[in-house]
Design a protein around this ligand. Structure first.
Ligand SMILES: Nc1ncnc2c1ncn2[C@@H]1O[C@H](COP(=O)(O)OP(=O)(O)OP(=O)(O)O)[C@@H](O)[C@H]1O
Length: 259
């Protein structure tokens, strides 16, 4: 299940624009890795390159390697759709299919993989995925109601259930709590800590306390100058990055001196 990700000399471009430069990092399985850094330094771009999601943008491309347990996700024979199944993504704004029921939302990704799920297989998968997203008890009596009727925090957990239902190896989260209230945020943070038992989890967050609360490792990205590509400045155990970073730029960011 949970797999190791390696980025080797990763450069990411949007057409002629060089967005991210020379990233080398190892993201460990069964752990939460947080990406932090000021706006525009390329955190989301790096995150999206891990499941080839940036390729939906015309002209976007990478050089270098992204390895999942040693397998190059950009090798010519690799199907990007398959990569996105193995490596799920949860976005900033919860995006359940609004008219679809809670049950069908949970199954949406899994049905693409296997259209012949029997009723009992589907029931089992719905319960397992909603339990995995800490949502089952809140929705078990209204599985046939639309997903859009849930609160924002519940909708985000529904999106996590949908991601889990395809049995991914990795879950990428791009600021998953930025549209949520503090109580819902704490529920998602608790869930993130549970998810790492089974999946490799990578989260982009602007919230320093959140990075400190949920992550085992933290990667700090920065821009040397406006218009220049973003770079990985430093990565290490979260405790070290927050209390004893090697780079002054990291310390300045953590202590709120810029960004
Ligand atoms: N679709 C796109 N087309 C062209 N340039 C883009 C696109 N998406 C992002 N960029 C540029 O790439 C750079 C990195 O953006 P990215 O969104 O990855 O940064 P970020 O660190 O996640 O920022 P934020 O914290 O504000 O979300 C920025 O200069 C941004 O303008």
């Amino acid at each position: 299940m949970s797999k190791r990700i390696e980025l080797n000399d990763l450069n990411i471009y949007y057409g002629k624009f060089h967005a991210v430069k020379d990233v080398n990092m190892v993201i460990e399985p069964r752990a939460v890795t947080a990406f932090i850094g000021s706006s525009g330094c390329g955190k989301s771009t790096v995150l999206r390159s891990i499941n080839r999601m940036h390729e939906v943008i015309d002209g976007a491309y990478v050089t270098g390697e992204v390895l999942l347990d040693g397998v190059d996700l950009y090798a010519p024979n690799v199907d990007p759709v398959r990569v996105r199944r193995q490596i799920g993504m949860v976005f900033q704004r919860p995006n359940p299919f609004p008219t679809m029921s809670i049950r069908e939302n949970t199954l949406a990704g899994a049905r693409l993989n296997n259209s012949r799920l029997s009723k009992s297989e589907a029931d089992e998968l719905v319960e397992k995925s909603l339990r995995g997203a800490n949502l089952w008890n809140e929705v078990k009596d209204r599985l046939d109601k639309p997903g859009s009727g849930l609160s924002g925090g519940q909708q985000q957990r529904l999106c996590i259930a949908r991601a889990i239902a395809v049995s991914p190896d990795v879950i990428l989260m791009d600021e998953p709590c930025s549209a949520l209230d503090p109580i819902s945020t704490l529920a998602i943070e608790d869930l993130i800590k549970e998810l790492k038992e089974t999946y490799t989890v990578v989260i982009v967050t602007h919230n320093m306390q959140q990075a400190a609360r949920v992550s085992d490792s933290t990667a700090f990205f920065n821009l040397k100058e406006h218009g220049k590509p973003g770079e990985l400045i430093e990565m290490g155990p979260t405790e070290k990055i927050f209390h004893n970073p090697d780079q002054k730029a990291t310390e300045d960011y953590i202590t709120g001196r810029f960004g």
